[in-house]
Design a binder for this molecule. Structure first.
Ligand SMILES: NC(=O)c1ccc[n+]([C@@H]2O[C@H](COP(=O)([O-])OP(=O)(O)OC[C@H]3O[C@@H](n4cnc5c(N)ncnc54)[C@H](OP(=O)(O)O)[C@@H]3O)[C@@H](O)[C@H]2O)c1
Length: 250
């Protein structure tokens, strides 16, 4: 059975991905929706327009084990993996609750790596991996230092993995959106507390999902929505980060 696995499926960008998988990948027979809130996953199942399986799992706890066990049991052909679950918290490292910072690393770095590793034995030629990174991966963002470092990992991991998997015909796309109006902003204590977020143009989550799927189908290694952020990516490549970091405070 051909399946897609979508983490972070209960909210924000994940919901937008769930709505688009059937049309973009008509040969995928089942969509596995992974997040902690089972009630939300059931709602998403109803709007996806295809067979779904809710996989309630806390990826910062034993959730990866749950997914691994399910993969062993079902032995599916994983045609698409979207690592969308992520979180980030606003605040200086010296002031933020330590458990929030380690939670961010646990979800964005450890769980993304472990979910990918768990899915790979079930993926074959033509398989697609989409990893949700961020514009925060382009240069460190003071006051979201841990988050931006975690997303630098996601982008670097995606590029390296994409090269490792080239001969197997599996592509890896790192998606680098700017701010989106999702629960992320409330969860991270960002809404109303960041001048940078107030100033930046926002990305529409629906368009980000649409563009990410197109980029993955073309086998692109990086996709950055909006020309404004593509220009920022270019600047972050040519300006030393010791200078740029003075302007990138969140
Ligand atoms: N929104 C932005 O401004 C922005 C900008 C750039 C990049 N991003 C990235 O985009 C991705 C999607 O974020 P979003 O904006 O859609 O945020 P969101 O609405 O807060 O969604 C986050 C998703 O992650 C899931 N999640 C959180 N903790 C989890 C855990 N311990 N185990 C399993 N699932 C967990 C949440 O589900 P449950 O709570 O049900 O577990 C939810 O489905 C993230 O990787 C984020 O870093 C966001």
């Amino acid at each position: 059975m051909k399946i897609a696995i979508l983490t972070g499926a209960s909210s924000g960008l994940g919901i937008e991905f769930a709505k688009r998988i059937r049309a973009a990948f008509p040969d995928i027979e089942q969509l596995w929706l992974v997040a902690r809130r089972e009630d939300k996953l059931r709602e998403v199942s109803d709007t996806a327009g295809m067979a779904c399986r809710a996989v309630p799992a806390d990826l910062t706890a034993d959730g990866v084990g749950t997914l691994e066990a399910l993969l062993r049991e079902e032995d599916p052909d994983v045609a698409l993996l979207i690592n969308c679950a992520g979180c980030g918290y606003l605040g200086n490292v010296a002031e933020l609750d330590s458990s929030l910072m380690t939670r961010c690393i646990d979800l964005n770095v450890r769980a993304l790596t472990a979910v990918t590793r768990a899915a790979l034995p079930y993926m074959g030629r033509g398989g697609r991996i989409i990893n949700i990174s961020s514009i925060a991966s382009f240069c460190p963002n003071p006051r979201m230092t841990v988050y931006s470092a975690s997303k630098s990992y996601v982008s670097a991991f995606s590029l390296g993995l994409g090269d490792e998997l080239r001969e197997e015909g599996i592509t890896v796309t790192a998606v680098c959106p700017g701010p989106m109006d999702t629960e992320f902003l409330d969860v991270g204590g960002i809404k109303g507390n960041s001048k940078m977020f107030k100033m930046l143009p926002f990305c529409d989550a629906a368009k980000v999902a649409e563009g990410s799927i197109k980029a993955a189908k073309r086998g692109r290694s990086v996709y950055t929505p909006r020309a404004f952020f593509r220009f920022y990516r270019f600047l972050a490549k040519i300006i030393p980060h010791t200078l740029l970091v003075k302007l990138t405070r969140t």
